[in-house]
Design a protein around this ligand. Structure first.
Ligand SMILES: [Zn+2]
Ligand SMILES: [Zn+2]
Length: 113
């Protein structure tokens, strides 16, 4: 009888594991074999943290400075600028395109000022 009782205890202890939330680390007995958190609360905390981490990674990428692709132009691009060249070069490209179509360069420049 006593022997059996000890056996149950040992089994219980071996089933224990520590919560995967390092801030918690509580020992718990998982109800399902693949549980890694002691509670739904801990799982939520870690999931939220991962989501937040991804958000910050994305934000850091957006904040990294890009410069204009045009030769001899090193204007820092606004992060709202979806293109690889600055507003100024964009205008210049537009002017050159119109000139290429036979427009008068002076006229075009005046109208895009
Ligand atoms: Zn926990
Ligand atoms: Zn530029």
């Amino acid at each position: 009888m006593r022997k059996h009782f000890v056996g149950v205890i040992t089994k219980k202890v071996s089933n224990c594991r520590n919560c995967a939330n390092s801030d918690c680390g509580k020992e718990f007995t998982p109800r399902v074999y693949n549980a890694i958190y002691c509670s739904a609360e801990c799982r939520k905390i870690i999931t939220n943290r991962k989501v937040l981490q991804r958000y910050y990674d994305k934000k850091a990428r957006l904040n990294s400075t890009r410069t204009c692709e045009t030769k001899e132009c090193s204007t820092i691009l606004s992060r709202y600028n979806q293109e690889d060249i600055c507003e100024c070069c964009k205008r210049e490209r537009y002017v050159q395109r119109l000139v290429g179509w036979g427009w008068n360069e002076k006229e075009v420049r005046r109208s895009t000022e």
